[in-house]
Design a binder for this molecule. Structure first.
Ligand code: FAD
Length: 358
């Protein structure tokens, strides 16, 4: 019986544990400093919107492509997962398209003209000129999903527990400490490392390519008629615009920022004001035309996206004699790539366990 310890209980750890637990032969223990229900600057998952707006630049990228059908199915068939379908609009400004063509923008894939993902969504369509707001050169509309992370993360915990996964709190200084942390107390055959941003500080990993991309948000009670994002803002290079409404009363998320290398955990009130202004300007219906005064704020928040130079790390490595499968560095697409990445974890785990037997 393979004895597996997953370090981390964000969306990457929980989805990895869930898919691994579908094989009844696996004994799985999830160990994490933070669990669903916690809000902490070292824990990205609760802060995410979270919706599906593809960011990969190539159609061949499997992470988002393989995840979409799973999240769509949950939205359609599993109400308790806390995911719903919503129309989404993506607006491209001419000045950002110029930047994009010169290769310098954070969300490159999303704002591509003629994007690969037009075939991913059943109802993808380009907007006509008269449907576009002022200062927008082109845009598209499709039905995506929005995840209420406050419901979805506990739902994943429940699915894991139903399959026998045991959850424990623990703080590791070195990844090799995981070999002593199985629910059985016996020898661990495989460790899965899903520590997100903190892979940059975990002994045995210390990944210097991992850094935060700070995302400041405002959560409001107001309802949004659709989700919308724009390729840039005039306020600052690292300020972005998006609005999405979470399923089942989770509130509407107004974003945001994309500040590379910034660790500041406290919301900046000036940025918060600009986020709210941009939201009511683009979607006046949000506040019944009353502007910022018409917004009913639940909370201000900051999350750090676990960005990695060179992209996500999905590979196996032998550390101190035990196989470790890494699954971290998902930046701003951890949910929308979660199933694709966790499926790769299952493949890598099988390879590692076979090699361990040889
Ligand atoms: P995390 O959620 O950070 O989890 C890491 C886990 O590892 C935690 O349990 C932590 O306690 C544990 N851990 C770390 N170090 C140790 C240690 N030494 N010992 C024990 N445990 C440890 N993604 C989308 O797909 N769609 C979106 O719309 C979206 N919007 C976002 C908006 C914002 C504002 C932010 C901040 C992020 C957004 N994201 C979105 C990105 C998404 O949130 C992340 O990619 C994802 O949550 C990363 O999950 P993770 O499990 O890899 O890391």
């Amino acid at each position: 019986m393979p004895n597996i310890v997953v370090v981390g209980a964000g969306v990457s750890g929980l989805t990895s544990a869930y898919l691994l637990s579908k094989d009844a032969a696996n004994t799985i223990t999830v160990v994490a400093k933070h669990m669903p229900g916690d809000y902490d600057i070292e824990y990205a998952s609760p802060w995410a919107g979270a919706n599906v707006l593809p960011m990969a630049t190539k159609a061949s990228s499997r992470w988002e492509r393989q995840t979409w059908p799973e999240l769509k199915k949950l939205a359609e068939e599993v109400p308790e997962a806390g995911i719903h379908k919503m129309k989404s609009r993506v607006y491209r400004r001419e000045k950002d398209l110029e930047k994009l063509r010169n290769g310098g923008y954070a969300f490159d894939g999303l704002f591509l003209e003629d994007p690969w993902y037009k075939t991913l969504f059943d109802d993808f369509r380009e907007l006509s000129k008269d449907e576009l707001p002022r200062d927008v050169a082109s845009g598209a509309e499709f039905t995506s999903v929005c995840i209420n992370t406050m419901l979805y993360l506990p739902w994943l915990v429940g699915k894991c527990r139903a399959n026998g996964v045991v959850f424990k709190r623990g703080v590791l200084k070195h990844i090799s400490e995981a070999v002593t942390l199985s629910q059985t107390g016996s020898k661990v055959d495989l460790v899965v490392n899903t520590t997100g941003l903190m892979a940059s500080r975990l002994g045995g990993v210390l990944d210097r390519d991992v850094m935060p991309v700070r995302g400041q948000i405002v959560v409001v009670r107001n309802e949004a008629p659709y989700m919308v994002t724009k390729s840039g803002t005039d306020d600052a290079e690292d300020e972005v615009f998006y609005v999405m409404m979470r399923a089942a009363g989770g509130g509407t998320i107004l974003g945001g920022t994309y500040q590379k290398g910034q660790w500041e955990s406290q919301p900046d009130p000036n940025i918060a004001m600009r986020i709210m202004k941009r939201a009511v300007e683009m979607v006046p219906e949000l506040a019944d035309g009353k502007g910022v005064q018409g917004l009913d704020v639940v909370r201000h928040g900051v999350g750090l996206r676990p960005y990695r130079n060179g992209g996500v790390r999905l590979e196996k490595e032998r550390i101190d004699g035990t196989w470790v499968v890494h699954n971290y560095g998902h930046a701003g697409w951890g949910y929308q790539g979660s199933y694709g990445c966790a499926e790769r974890v299952v493949e890598l785990a099988a390879e590692a366990l076979t090699q361990a037997k040889l």
